[in-house]
Design a protein around this ligand. Structure first.
Ligand SMILES: NC(=O)c1ccc[n+]([C@@H]2O[C@H](COP(=O)([O-])OP(=O)(O)OC[C@H]3O[C@@H](n4cnc5c(N)ncnc54)[C@H](O)[C@@H]3O)[C@@H](O)[C@H]2O)c1
Length: 338
């Protein structure tokens, strides 16, 4: 079996997780790690003595690699990813793909021209619990979807050059695009900068999807509780994906309300509430990052478009751009130019 030769760029907080997963994939030869910080390189080679450690990512171009993974800070993604594509390497770039949609578009163009795989690290696309949630929505079991509420909260990790929306909301936006299979029409956003001047550490987004489906995203670096939750409220049932719960990630609540067909006045106005069983589907949970890494390799080998392809990455950036505009303009609803 010919192994795919991979290099990792950026061995900070997230890079080690990617490195471990690619190192353990049988179809991968993990050749090298590049990081500007020599201390981080020492950590990498202490753990994986057989891999090469390079200070600059450009040194990877001399190693006859097939692919690279870009896990550097978001502001560097465009330059590093473009340079790698221009050296004929397949690229998996972490979220957010870029900080500007024009840059995302440019990466897609370069990858297409050179017939290379470009994938974005939207990890929830590879999460079996999210797949199960989509099946419940698509099967009609939840009924008509009224709204989806997403909450991703904890204390930290504060990022020096980003606000909480650009750091955390890519996950929720990519989950919404996947679950609904549609792009939002408009978005409004409100941010608060509590700890550092000018850097929002709490943000609320409201996205309007076709067919009157609303979605709400609450992201925070300043919350006492760790929350990773998606709630889907339908006309027949409601579903909750709680990623913090290791045992029962998805619960389907047979709960709902029906309004009376006709009333003569408030005295006769009585809603019909039903509260039935709570179902906990048995989900075979595999490490999402492992699935993501394998999917990148499979997309290269099979020459197929990844689920979290460059276009999907760019869609997330367009939504974030519109949300940022709204945040800076007093929460006005921004129509997204698709
Ligand atoms: N998918 C997820 O769940 C997830 C989780 C955390 C972070 N991330 C993403 O991963 C990326 C990295 O985040 P992090 O928290 O690990 O950041 P980090 O700051 O901890 O690490 C980044 C590393 O990149 C190195 N670096 C910076 N510029 C470089 C360059 N030009 N060449 C080589 N190395 C360079 C730094 O020295 C540092 O070690 C971000 O895009 C972030 O959004 C994704």
């Amino acid at each position: 079996m010919t192994k795919i030769r991979v290099g990792i760029i950026g061995y900070g907080y997230w890079g080690p997780n990617l490195t471990r997963n690619f190192y353990e994939l049988p179809s991968v030869d993990l050749v090298a790690v590049a990081d500007l910080n020599d201390e981080r390189l020492k950590q990498a080679t202490a753990k994986y003595p057989q891999i090469l450690a390079k200070h600059s990512y450009q040194e990877l171009f001399e190693l006859n690699l097939d692919a690279v993974v870009v896990a550097t800070p978001p502001a560097t993604h465009f330059k590093v990813a473009k340079d790698c594509l221009e050296h004929n390497l397949h690229v998996l770039v972490e979220k957010p793909m870029t900080l500007k949609s024009e840059d995302a578009e440019e990466l897609i163009k370069v990858a297409k021209t050179r017939d290379l795989t470009l994938m974005v690290g939207h990890i929830f696309q590879y999460n079996t619990a999210v797949h199960a949630l989509k099946k419940y929505i698509d099967s009609g079991e939840l009924g008509q979807i009224y709204y989806i509420d997403a909450a991703r909260l904890s204390l930290g990790l504060f990022q020096p050059n980003s606000n909480v929306m650009w750091d955390l909301a890519p996950h929720d936006i990519s989950i919404l695009l996947y679950l609904l299979g549609k792009r939002p029409i408009s978005v409004s956003a409100h941010g608060m900068a509590c700890v550092f001047d000018g850097i929002s550490d709490v943000a609320y987004l409201n996205l309007n999807f076709p067919d009157n489906v609303s979605a709400y995203v609450h992201v925070s670096w300043l919350d006492p509780c760790k929350v990773r939750r998606i709630t889907v409220v339908g006309s027949k049932k409601m579903a909750v994906f709680n990623d913090v719960d290791t045992e029962n990630k998805i619960k389907i609540y047979d709960k709902g309300v029906e309004t009376p067909e006709y009333t003569n006045g408030f005295g006769e106005f009585q809603c019909n509430y039903h509260s039935g069983d709570i179902t906990i589907p048995n989900i075979r949970f595999a490490e999402p990052l492992r699935q993501e890494c394998q999917h990148f390799i499979d997309s290269i080998v099979n020459h197929s478009e990844p689920n979290s392809c460059g276009r999907e990455g760019m869609e997330v950036i367009k939504i974030l751009e519109a949300a940022q505009h709204s945040m800076s303009n007093g929460q006005a609803h921004e129509v997204i130019a698709w």
